[in-house]
Every structure is written in C-alpha cells, then in structure tokens.
Design a binder for this molecule. Structure first.
Ligand code: ADP
Ligand code: MG
Length: 247
C-alpha cells in the first residue's frame, strides 16, 4: 500500500534522509521510532509530499511519484490529489479554532471533495460517534481537552476517506492520563485494517499494535523487523541504547 524506494532528502548541506526504502502492505501498521532529529517527521512529510524528496520513488496505493534523476517536479494539482490519499495527524492537533467540532470534520469533504453539506454532516456525525465525541459536535475546539482535540483531528482526517493514515507523535503533547483515549482510537483503526505509519514514543503501544517497528537514527534505517522482536530483542547496539531510555 505504501512504498518508498531509495528516498533521499537534504536541507541545505544536511542530509536528513539517506537512502530510505520502506514497504507497508495493505492493512499493515508500522511504528517508526528513533531519537529526536533522526528524520522521522521528514519521512512522514515526504510520504504525503508535504516535503518533496530530491530523489527516490514514493507510492501510495495506485499513485506513484518518481523523483529519480531527470524527473519533473509534480504539478500542484497532482500533489493535492496525492496528498488527499493520506490522512495526517500531528502532535499539536491543528484544528481550525474558529470552527465548531463538526465544522472541522466537514470542512475538507465540503471544500475539497465537493460533498453536499448535509451528506458531509451525516458522515461527520458518524465519525465523531466512532471517536466517542458525537455529543461535542457543536462545541468550539478550545472547550475540549487535548485528548478530545486529537480525536477530532483523527475524525477530520478520516472524513477525507484516506487510503493510509500517518501519525506524527499524536500523543506527545498530551497529559499522561489522556494518552490512552487517543491510542484506543488508533488501536481500533488498526483492527479495522487501516494502513498506518505511526511515529511514536509509546513503546508498549508500538509493540502491541504495530506489525513492524522501524528504528531510525541520523537519517538511516538502523533496524527493522517484527514489532516484538525489535522492541524485546533488538539486534543492533544503537537500537538497544535507544530503547534503554524507555524502561
Ligand atoms: P525527527 O522527527 O526524527 O525528530 P525531523 O525529521 O524533524 O526529525 O528532523 C530531522 C533533521 O532535519 C533535524 O536535524 C532537523 O533540524 C532537520 N530539518 C527538518 N525540517 C527542516 C527544514 N524544514 N529545514 C531545515 N532543516 C530541517
Ligand atoms: Mg518529529
């Protein structure tokens, strides 16, 4: 469902992704772990072309973007279509503060997908129900807890009917007692067969929900494998050193 082939990205002289290749099968869940600055966010942003790599190939579903030598930069229209296939959830929610919860969830479908407002409202209510927030539909985002905001952000991403979901430290900004309610929604999406890449520092969660764990450091994949194997019995010293901070 997702494929990165020899993806490279630099910012100025700094090489942030050094030849990354990665595959996620349909319904697969990959947890991306590694120290701060290792390139995890850049990899996610390349995956939905918020950041354009300077070389490599990126595929999501049936759409392929080829950045190998001699490629032309994609047109804005093609970038937008590609991005619409991926739902992204950020650390800091990024809800539209001046819109009610349900408006936040309806906005993309109505303005981008041209769905009729009454239909978008029905879908939004069903998604809010799914994340346990139907009773907050008409509330302003600033009246919600961080965990509730993040669940709205997930509903908003799902409203675009993405083929894959990307989570960039979706629980890192939350008070500890609110982490569980967000992870429960992610866990449910995994059970429903959503293809996902999760950047996370929740190692127990990664071990439980991900099929594959990928450990990155300094722009390279140091180690990847079945989640339990990588978390419980890492092969590489660098992975062991990183994981030792979480026990
Ligand atoms: P992580 O998410 O693993 O913490 P990032 O992908 O955010 O890592 O960053 C990897 C490296 O790339 C860092 O050194 C960061 O400073 C650099 N970087 C990220 N985005 C930019 C940018 N837009 N411009 C310049 N440097 C960047
Ligand atoms: Mg990051």
């Amino acid at each position: 469902m997702i494929e990165l082939i020899h993806v490279k990205k630099s910012f100025g002289a700094v090489s942030v992704l050094k030849d990354i290749s990665l595959r996620v099968p349909r319904g697969g869940v990959v947890a991306l772990i590694g120290p701060s600055g290792s390139g995890k966010s850049t990899l996610l942003r390349c995956l939905n072309l918020l950041t354009l790599p300077e070389s490599g190939v990126i595929r999501v579903g049936r759409s392929t973007m080829d950045f190998t030598n001699g490629h032309q930069l994609p047109r804005d229209k093609d970038l937008a279509a590609f991005r619409a296939r991926t739902g992204m959830v950020f650390q800091n929610f990024n809800l539209f503060p001046h819109m009610s919860v349900i408006r936040n969830v309806m906005e993309g479908p109505v303005t981008v997908l041209k769905v009729r407002p009454d239909e978008a409202r029905q879908t939004a209510l069903a998604l809010l129900d799914k994340v346990g927030l139907r009773d907050k539909a008409d509330v302003a985002p600033d009246k919600l807890s961080g965990g509730q905001k993040q669940r709205v952000a997930i509903a908003r991403a799902l409203a675009m009917k993405p083929e894959v979901m990307l989570f960039d430290e979706a629980t890192s900004a939350l008070d500890p007692e609110l982490v569980g309610e967000v992870l429960a929604v992610v866990r449910q999406l995994a059970a429903e067969g959503m293809t996902m890449v999760l950047v996370t520092h929740e190692m127990a969660f990664a071990r439980e929900v991900a099929d594959t764990v990928v450990f990155m450091r300094d722009g390279v994949v140091v180690e990847d494998g079945p989640a339990r194997q990588v978390i419980d019995t890492p092969r590489e010293a660098a992975t062991r050193a990183f994981l030792s901070h979480f026990h």
